[in-house]
Design a protein around this ligand. Structure first.
Ligand SMILES: [Zn+2]
Length: 344
């Protein structure tokens, strides 16, 4: 099969012919129709996350099962599937309560510890595939369907972590990024009273409004806390969702929170930041971490899209062989919404 291979950290992906995967016991193989390309994937491409080389990247797939190994009863050839990004065990106490992102036997990620979707076929443990529900025409909408498992599911989980309510004003930091615009959409879907997009690239603010933001803040000149306080008449925002999560953004978010405010951090640089415990106490501030989504939330996200309640924003589609062109744009932060590789 044809596959885009990552042969070393930071080395451009190259189109190669590699052996077709065959399923072992408990595994299945899907033909890949489309595979999303977001920042999570780009961190591996850029060498910021090391993998065993050569590696096939990509985890946001639309696929069609073509073969199953021994003992696989839940999948059959012809089934439309996407993938659950985390290689969770499925039986520990965290997996058993729909918190697979905390799996005690965590095995890594699709497209990092095992080969992913930048190829004509993908082989995974059968439980890593998630069947696409009836009502979602995945063949005709392969690009949009592919990204739901992360771009919609991750924000859906955030609305629950933050206990987002119709009375809440929400600010999304990094709102113009691939996950950010989807967070705006999902916050709007969740009936947030007001959604504020915070973004350093002013060129992305229009797309933020189109994705559901009521107001925007150009963060390139700083003063984000002050701008949030002005927009909320000094009250502050109820929820900040920070996809950047640098010390600077977290320290801008904290003092912009209203009483009872929640700050959700995702991704980020792992750098420490300063918070005022007196202010946290006085306002009963909650600081929350949220990573990816449960398998159940992936299924729910697919169902929401199947019902037309949400629809992903795919702004770029390219053939598999042109993956590098997309990763160049990801590297520059030039993409708004999701980019998708069309495989077959
Ligand atoms: Zn587990």
């Amino acid at each position: 099969m044809k596959a885009m291979l990552l042969t070393g950290p930071g080395i451009p992906l190259t189109l190669e012919n590699v052996a077709d995967p065959t399923p072992g016991p408990g595994e299945a193989v899907a033909r890949v129709l489309a595979c999303g390309a977001g920042l999570t994937v780009h961190h591996a491409r850029a060498g910021r996350i090391k993998v065993d080389y050569p590696r096939i990247l990509g985890h946001e797939i639309t696929g069609e099962i073509v073969a199953t190994g021994a003992g696989v009863g839940a999948l059959a050839p012809g089934d439309g599937v996407t993938a659950y990004f985390y290689l969770s065990c499925g039986h520990c106490r965290w997996c058993s309560i729909n918190r697979e992102t905390l799996c005690d036997n965590f095995g890594g990620y699709v497209g990092r510890e095992v080969d992913g979707g930048y190829a004509e076929y993908i082989k995974l443990p059968a439980r890593s595939f998630v069947k696409i529900p009836e009502g979602l025409d995945w063949r005709s909408n392969a690009a949009e369907t592919a990204v739901v498992c992360d771009a919609i599911a991750t924000p859906l989980k955030v609305t629950r972590k933050a206990r987002l309510m119709p009375t809440d004003t929400v600010a999304v930091f990094g709102a113009g990024g691939g996950l950010g615009v989807h967070m705006l959409k999902v916050a709007r879907w969740a009936h947030a009273r007001r959604v504020i997009a915070v973004e350093v690239m002013a060129s992305k603010l229009e797309a933020c409004v189109e994705s559901g933001a009521d107001a925007t803040i150009d963060a390139s000149a700083g003063r984000v806390t002050e701008q949030l306080m002005t927009l909320t008449a000094g009250k502050g925002v109820d929820v900040v969702i920070d996809f950047v999560s640098s010390a600077a953004t977290l320290e801008a978010a904290m003092p912009a929170l209203a009483k009872g405010g929640r700050l959700v951090t995702l991704g980020g640089h792992g750098s420490a930041f300063r918070a005022n415990p007196g202010e946290m106490l006085r306002k009963e501030i909650e600081l929350l971490g949220s990573r990816y989504a449960s398998r159940e939330e992936v299924v729910e996200s697919l169902e929401l899209v199947a019902r037309g309640e949400l629809w992903p924003l795919v702004t770029e589609k390219r053939p598999l062989a042109e993956a590098e062109a997309i990763h160049e744009r990801l590297d520059q932060g030039a993409l708004t919404g999701r980019a998708v590789l069309m495989v077959s």
